[in-house]
Design a protein around this ligand. Structure first.
Ligand code: SF4
Length: 110
């Protein structure tokens, strides 16, 4: 599995992504049950509100080899302060519509 992770730019100010990297290393959270090796192709923020750049970033991750786009927990779960992204649905819909079904989209990391 080759993952490209997109995170919330607002959250990036105070979160270094440790839990995301741990979830991948330990195969927990959304990665539980994955048997193959997980390679991180890229780890990038959404580009800021209102997430118009997220699709461009997802495209770039795929261009660089990602077969799976992961929206980090800060986006749809609002981790760690319980404040989900108000643009999350639009962001995800645009990515799915553009990249098609050949790319797996995961809704959280940990
Ligand atoms: S668009 Fe959503 S994910 Fe991106 S910075 Fe704004 S709140 Fe965070």
């Amino acid at each position: 599995m080759k993952v490209g992770i997109i995170r919330c730019m607002q959250t990036e100010d105070y979160c270094p992504g440790t839990a995301d990297f741990k979830a991948i290393a330990n195969k927990t959270g959304v990665f539980e049950g994955v048997e193959e090796e997980i390679e991180i192709v890229g780890f990038i923020n959404c580009g800021g509100c209102p997430a118009k750049k997220a699709l461009l970033r997802a495209r770039e991750l795929v261009k660089r080899g990602a077969d799976t786009i992961v929206l980090a927990s800060c986006i749809q779960r609002g981790t760690p302060i319980g404040y989900p992204c108000p643009f999350a649905k639009k962001m995800k819909d645009l990515i799915i519509e553009d990249l098609g079904e050949s790319i797996v989209i995961l809704d959280y990391t940990h």
